[in-house]
Design a protein around this ligand. Structure first.
Ligand code: PLP
Length: 455
C-alpha cells in the first residue's frame, strides 16, 4: 500500500470518527442543497465540520470538537469571535430593531472612519457583500470613463459576478500561453459579450500589463487588482508602474482590498504607498456581518449624486445596503484596531510564518511560506510564488492533507489562514507544535507524491 493510501486514509478515518454529527448533517444537506453546500469556499473532502459556536480564538463544531481558529470566517473576524466591544455595539443596536426603510446614523459613522483611514477614500457607498462592491466599482469606472473594457489578473478572485469571474482558476489545458493568457470563464452562464470585455494579464508582470494597457487604452475603463494577490506580494515597483500607466491613459485603477485591507490601518495602499482611484472593501469592515463597500474621490463618486446638473448617472440601491448591525459592528471593530493592535497582530503573523518556515526547513522540505501582516500560507512548491502560474506549481494534495490533519489536532486553517488581534502567543505556539507533528506524520506522503520538494 502506498504511503498516501495508508497515512491519508487513517487521517480521514480519524476525522470521520470525530465528526459524526457533521456527517449526518452533510448527508441531509445533499438532499436539500445542490452539492450539499451553499458556499463552495467552505466545502472540503470528505465533508466540512459544521460549526456550532465561536468565542475569542476558539471554535466548536456540532460534535463538540474544539479548534483554535486561524481562519476567522475567511479573515472577516479580525477581533475574533464575540469581541466584547463588538457585542456591546450589536446588542445596543438590536434593542432598537434590525433594519429600517431609512438610513441610520451608523452608516455615516462607519463611512467617516473609512474616509479617515484609507488614502483613496473621500466618499463611501455600502453594499451587502464584497462581490457587489466590485460589481458597482466596475460600473462606476465604466460610467466615469465612458469606456467598457477592464483588465484583471489571472488567478485573482474578486467575488462571484460575470465580468470578473474570468480566469480565476483555469486548468493548465485552458489557461493558454503564460504571457498571453486565455480568458477562461470560471463558470457556465457567463455571456460571450461579457467575456470579451474582460482582458486577462499575469499578476506581477509589468511588461504584459503595459503592452495590454497601451494596446487597449481607448477602450479601457479600469484595471482591477488585489495589491496582494492570494498571499503573494507585488514585486517592487509593480503597483507604482500600474498607477503611472493608468493615470497616463485615463484608466481608473481599482484596488480590491476586500481581504488585504487587513494589512494596515489604511490597507495595502497605505503599506505600499500607492493610491488607487477606487477601492473595494468587505469582510472585516462589517465586524462579522455581511458587508461590502467601495470608496473613491468625490469627483468620481458624484456620478451617483443629485449634484450633477444632469442628475445621478448611476442607479444603485439594495434593501440591505448599510445594514445597521454591520455598520455598528464594523465601526466598533475599527475603533479597536489602533496602530498598536495592527503591529501586535502583524508580529504574530510574522512569528507564524517564521515558525512554519523553520519546521519545513528542519524536515528538509523545500516549500515556501508566504503572506503579509496577519496572513500566512504554506505554498507547497519549490518555486517562488509571484503569480497564478507559479502558485499552480504548488501541490494542493499536500495542502489538503495538512489542513485535514490539522483539524484532527484542533487547528482550523482552511482558506486564507491568518492570525487575529486576539490571537495569543500561546495559540501560535500550539499551532506550530501541531504543524510540526502534522508535517512529521505527512512526510512519507509528501516524499511519495511531491519528491521534488526534497531536492
Ligand atoms: C479579493 C476578494 N474580492 C471580493 C470578494 C467577494 O466578497 P464577498 O464574498 O463578500 O462577496 C472576495 C471574497 O472572498 C475576495 O477575496
Amino acid at each position: 500500500m502506498s504511503a498516501e493510501a495508508k497515512i491519508v486514509s487513517s487521517i480521514v478515518q480519524e476525522y470521520m470518527n470525530r465528526t459524526k454529527r457533521s456527517k449526518q448533517r452533510f448527508d441531509e444537506a445533499w438532499k436539500v442543497m445542490p452539492g450539499a453546500n451553499t458556499r463552495i469556499a467552505v466545502f472540503m473532502m470528505p465533508y466540512p465540520a459544521y460549526i456550532r459556536k465561536g468565542e475569542g480564538t476558539r471554535l466548536w463544531d456540532i460534535d463538540d470538537n474544539e479548534y483554535i481558529d486561524f481562519n476567522f470566517n475567511m479573515t472577516c473576524l479580525v477581533l475574533g469571535h464575540k469581541h466584547p466591544k463588538v457585542m456591546e455595539a450589536i446588542n445596543k443596536q438590536i434593542e432598537c430593531g434590525t433594519s429600517f426603510g431609512g438610513p441610520t446614523e451608523h452608516e455615516v459613522e462607519l463611512a467617516k472612519r473609512l474616509v479617515e483611514r484609507i488614502p483613496s477614500a473621500e466618499q463611501v457607498r455600502f453594499t451587502p457583500s464584497g462581490t457587489e462592491a466590485v460589481h458597482q466599482a466596475i460600473r462606476l469606472a465604466r460610467c466615469y470613463t465612458k469606456k467598457e473594457k477592464i483588465i484583471k489578473c489571472e488567478g485573482a478572485y474578486h467575488g462571484t459576478w460575470d465580468a470578473i469571474d474570468i480566469s480565476v482558476f483555469p486548468t493548465p489545458e485552458e489557461q493558454g500561453p503564460p504571457l498571453n493568457p486565455n480568458r477562461v470563464p470560471f463558470s457556465k452562464g457567463i455571456p460571450k459579450g461579457v467575456i470579451e470585455n474582460t482582458l486577462v494579464v499575469p499578476f506581477n508582470n509589468i511588461e504584459i500589463m503595459e503592452k495590454t494597457i497601451k494596446k487597449h487604452k481607448d477602450e479601457l475603463a479600469a484595471v482591477i487588482l488585489e495589491p496582494i494577490q492570494r498571499g503573494y506580494e507585488p514585486k517592487e515597483g509593480y503597483l507604482e508602474r500600474v498607477r503611472e500607466l493608468t493615470e497616463m491613459y485615463g484608466i481608473l485603477l481599482i484596488f480590491d482590498e476586500v481581504v488585504c485591507y487587513r494589512v494596515s490601518r489604511g490597507g495595502a495602499q497605505e503599506l505600499y504607498g500607492v493610491t488607487p482611484d477606487i477601492t473595494t472593501l468587505g469582510k472585516l469592515i462589517g465586524g462579522g456581518f455581511p458587508v461590502g463597500a467601495y470608496v473613491s474621490s468625490h469627483e468620481i463618486m458624484k456620478q451617483f449624486s443629485f449634484e450633477l446638473p444632469e442628475g445621478p448617472q448611476l442607479f444603485f440601491s439594495g434593501t440591505f445596503n448599510a445594514f445597521p448591525l454591520a455598520m455598528v459592528a464594523g465601526a466598533a471593530t475599527l475603533d479597536v484596531l489602533t496602530k498598536d493592535v495592527y503591529e501586535k497582530m502583524n508580529k504574530l503573523g510574522e512569528e507564524m510564518r517564521e515558525g512554519l518556515a523553520e519546521i519545513l526547513s528542519d524536515q528538509n522540505i523545500n516549500a515556501q511560506v508566504g503572506g503579509v501582516g496577519s496572513f500566512f500560507h504554506i505554498f507547497w512548491t519549490k518555486e517562488k510564488v509571484v503569480d497564478y502560474r507559479t502558485l499552480k506549481t504548488a501541490d494542493t494534495r499536500c495542502q489538503n492533507y495538512f489542513d485535514l490533519d490539522s483539524l484532527n489536532r484542533g487547528i482550523y486553517y482552511r482558506d486564507h489562514p491568518n492570525v487575529s488581534a486576539v490571537t495569543t502567543r500561546d495559540d501560535v505556539k500550539k499551532a506550530l507544535e501541531a504543524a510540526q507533528q502534522s508535517i512529521e506524520t505527512l512526510k512519507p506522503v509528501i516524499k511519495e507524491i511531491s519528491p521534488q520538494l526534497f531536492q
